[in-house]
Structure formats: C-alpha cells, structure tokens
Write a protein that binds this ligand. Structure first.
Ligand code: PMP
Length: 418
C-alpha cells in the first residue's frame, strides 16, 4: 500500500509529539543517521531519546536477530526459561554485575521504562510496608499513574484530573539555580514530623534529569541522599532508564559515586537495538515479589534478549568502549563551549554524553532546533520550559559525524541568535 503522509494528520491522535517538530516521514536508518522517504539524510542527535546508544541497526545485533528469526528462535515466551534469556543474563552477570560487585537480581518488567518504575515503587512499598516515596522536582519517571506521581515535570503531569498520591517531591540539587543545601533540607524534613513528610518506602531519583533539563547531581549529593535513605530505612532507587547503558560515560550513571542502590530501573538502550525491554535490578534481600505478584505478558521481549546480549558483549566486555566515550565527551564539550559563547547567559548542562545548553528560553531553543533540522540534524529540547538544547547522539557516532552534527548545531545557533 502507498505511503500517504496526510494519514498522520487525518488518523493519528492529537497526542503525537516528536513528529510535529520533525515532519519528515522516516524510512531507514543506519548508525547515527536517519533517512526519510525522499532520501534526505539527517544526523540523529535524538537517538530515540537515548534508546539507541549503539546507533541504528548495529550490524552484529541485526545479524544475530536475523539468524534467530531464520532459525525459528522463539519470538514470545512470557517469562518461560529460554536459551536467549539465559545467554543475556549470563552476559549481564559476567560483564556488568560481577565486575561492579553487584549482587542484584534481575527482574524483567513490562517493556517500557514506566513499567520498571512502577515495579520499583510497588516493590519498595511492599518491602518496607510504607507508602510514601520521596522523589524530586523536575524528575521524570514515566506516564503511568505511579511513575507519573513521582514525576515533577509539570508538562508531563498534564491536566487530566488524574489522582496522584503517595509521593512527596522535594527540591533536587541546584533547585531553581539556588545554592540551597537540598540534601540537608531532605534530612531535616524527614526527621521532623511537623514537615508532614511520611517516612518513605524509597527515595528515587535520576542522577542526571533527562527530561527535566539535564540537571546533574554531584557525587557528594548522591552519596548524602543514599546515606539519608539508609538512616531512615528507605530504599534507594536510581532511575537509570535514560542515563544508563553508557550515556553518563559509564554503564551505570552512579557507578563512580560510591553508592549502591537497592533498586535500579533500566529500559531504553538496554535492548541495544531500540526494541522494547525494561528491567529492574534488586538487591537479593529485597527480591520479595512472589510468583505472579507482579506479572506482565511482555516481561522480557525475546528478540530484545538476542540484541541485548550482543550489546553487552560487544561494548562492555572490556574498557575500550568506555575509553572512546571520553574522547566523544571532549568533542561534545568543545562544541558546546563554542555555542555557549554565542548565546548571552547560556549555561552548559548535563554530564558524560548526556549534555546540552540552557539557552534561556523555550522559544529560542525551539528556533535553534528547527534551524538545525532544516540543515539535516535531528535534535530535541528538554527542561521545565524546554529551554535546554539536548544532545543525545548515539555513543557509537564516529568522531567525524559528531563534529559534523555539532557544526550544524553551531551554525543554527549563530543564525538564530544574530
Ligand atoms: N525514567 C526516565 C529517567 C526516563 O527518561 C523515561 C523516559 N523518558 C522513563 C522513566 C519512562 O520510560 P518509558 O517512556 O519507556 O515508559
């Protein structure tokens, strides 16, 4: 049947979002490039919002998937034991968990990040017998009701009259640009019954707030919050859905911070190939869901196990990939430094390869992204007012392509600001 681009306006819900900014009809992709139906090429600095950390159609993952399907490998297995799952778990244990001294168990949740967050919040409540979850301003955890209740970002919370209860949101580090000691504030509020903050089942946050404007917590803040969680009998949940899988420059966003979360949520790039897959890592003493207590038809996508194993073995079996990330981070930082000189009052945001620039207004950020898109770069904004131009290039982007994309962005800034 023909590809009719008017069908989107005619038949797709008004809830569609990214496609409004990027109005091409995309048909193919490879590495860090997207190709539209007219054959135009775009450099992809959105990368499925960090779901494509290893680029589009990685040749090894693609071949493994083709072989699996050609050999009648199982396509859907509920949570049955399958060979592909065993291989993924073994690779994850060998190359990710053991080298980091993590004794966590892996629980496959429904396929999206929000599913992993729901599971984490439920489990923390079950384990502690408490209801309250402490989360933070501008955090984003997903759009299902539990995850949404922990989400600070007002834009996503919407106005649908949704009942959101059981979460206290407190100021994240650097709240509104201030130097208020928010870890101290958290500690004081938890110790003071008059604050009304119920003893929490968990304290949950992203170390780099992906949707909330790339606010990056310091190692010291993360350590202090982890300590406060422990002192108050709360589980520490780190939501690594967006910052995980290398985005922060290491596999986990917290691994150089000297903390060990009780629960880690992961999705987006864990499949390696953009396939739906999410999981949570749980310390064994908290692995308290009984069989069937937190079910899901799509817990563990069998095709995703195939590609996820390749991603772990190809990129994380030794340190070479992580070393390359340092060089890419330097390239991004030098591009951003040049950009910040062109925009009065601009502030650099983020950490690792999750970087951006706060240009001060959502209108300016949108104009920059629009201009970049017209010149062949797909790039998005983030932040409470969409004021941060956000770079999420695949981690595998060749240095030359990375520089090319940054040059398009620089030109877009120059054209838009002056
Ligand atoms: N947590 C974080 C940190 C995220 O960035 C996202 C997605 N942007 C989610 C949870 C929700 O993931 P999903 O959209 O797959 O439900």
């Amino acid at each position: 049947s023909p590809s009719d681009p008017t069908v989107f306006q005619r038949r797709e819900s008004e809830a569609r979002s990214y496609c409004r900014g990027f109005d091409a009809v995309f048909s193919q992709a490879a590495g860090s490039e997207l190709i539209d139906a007219d054959g135009n090429r775009y450099i992809d600095f959105l990368a499925g919002c960090s779901s494509l950390n290893y680029g589009h159609n990685d040749p090894d993952m693609k071949q493994a998937l083709i072989d699996h399907i050609a050999g009648d490998g199982i396509a859907h297995g509920l949570d049955l034991h399958t060979e592909v799952k065993a291989r993924f778990l073994t690779a994850f244990e060998t190359h990710i968990l053991k080298p980091r001294n993590m004794d966590h168990r892996v629980m496959f949740t429904g396929p999206t990040g929000a599913n992993a967050v729901e599971a984490a919040m439920k489990l923390a409540r079950k384990v502690t017998g408490r209801t309250n979850i402490v989360a933070f301003t501008n955090g984003f955890h997903g759009v299902t009701q539990g995850a949404l209740s922990a989400t600070g970002n007002g834009y996503h919370r919407g106005g649908a009259g949704i009942v959101l209860a059981g979460v206290t949101r407190l100021p994240f580090e650097g709240y509104m640009g201030s130097d208020i000691d928010t870890a101290l504030m958290l500690e004081k509020m938890l110790g003071d019954p008059s604050s009304g903050v119920e003893p929490p089942a968990a304290i949950m946050f992203e170390t780099i707030q992906g949707e909330g404007g790339l606010n990056a917590a310091s190692a010291e803040w993360v350590r202090r919050v982890a300590r406060i969680a422990k002192d108050h009998g709360a589980l520490l949940i780190i939501d690594d859905v967006q910052a995980g899988c290398g985005r922060a420059g290491s596999f986990f966003s917290f691994e150089d911070f000297g903390v060990m979360p009780d629960i880690v949520t992961m999705a987006k790039s864990i499949s390696g190939f953009g396939l739906p897959m999410a999981l949570m890592l749980v310390r064994p003493e908290h692995d308290k869901f009984g069989p069937a207590e937190h079910n899901g038809t799509f817990r563990g996508n069998t095709h995703a196990f195939v590609t996820a194993r390749i991603a772990i073995e190809k990129f994380w079996a030794d340190d070479s990939f992580q070393e390359q990330l340092k060089q890419k981070e330097r390239i991004i930082l030098s591009g951003l430094a040049a950009i910040s000189e062109m925009v009065p009052g601009a502030r650099l945001k983020g950490r690792g390869l999750m970087r951006g620039v706060d240009v001060g207004s959502g209108d300016l950020a949108a104009a920059i992204c629009r201009r970049a898109y017209d010149n062949g770069l797909v790039i998005e904004t983030s932040g409470p007012n969409d004021e941060v131009v956000k770079i999420l290039a695949p981690l595998t982007t060749p240095d030359t392509v990375l520089r090319k994309g940054l040059n398009i962005l620089m030109d877009a800034v120059r054209d838009t600001v002056t």
